[in-house]
Design a protein around this ligand. Structure first.
Ligand code: GDP
Length: 138
């Protein structure tokens, strides 16, 4: 599959009609969309996706938020995809996100921060496989 990362446009950004604006920043950032779908996670699926955060105090809130409305899930391709995408989305807390980043432009708070990006190549593969079958990736 080459050099990939996985992303989700989070529920509040979908609800705010920001899908197109965010996808435009992603494509202009040099990423190619290999797979994409609109889907609503059940709370069980959201809990499984974020199971690495199970011990964090905000885990239940995160699961509730991420299963509270539809998301856009996508696999993105680019050289150095994971690190370059983390740069494009900006810091977890939008108050600390750099100018020109997706979170600076679209995130509303630390918890509702518009977009997810994988934090390693291993997790990019795990997260892509969690959401997509091989027939959905082009
Ligand atoms: P990311 O890799 O930048 O998304 O950040 P993390 O892996 O640390 O956290 C995962 C997600 O949990 C973040 O994107 C936020 O949506 C949420 N989150 C992080 N910290 C907090 C917090 O302190 N409170 C709440 N409610 N949510 C948080």
């Amino acid at each position: 599959m080459g050099n990939i990362t996985f992303t989700m446009i989070k529920p509040e950004a979908v609800a705010a009609n920001n899908i197109g604006g965010i996808l435009s920043m992603i494509e202009k950032g040099g990423f190619r969309i290999l797979a994409m779908k609109k889907v609503q996670l059940t709370s069980e699926r959201a809990a499984e996706f974020y199971s690495v955060h199970k011990e964090r105090p905000f885990y239940d809130e995160l699961v509730q938020y991420m299963s509270g409305g539809p998301i856009i899930a996508a696999i993105l391709e680019k050289d150095n995809a994971v690190a370059d995408f983390r740069t494009l989305i900006g810091a977890t807390n939008p108050a600390e996100a750099a100018e020109g980043t997706i979170r600076k432009r679209y995130a509303t708070s630390l918890s509702e921060n518009a977009i997810h990006g994988s934090d390693s190549d291993d997790n990019a593969k795990i997260e892509a496989d969690f959401h997509f079958s091989s027939q959905e990736i082009f």
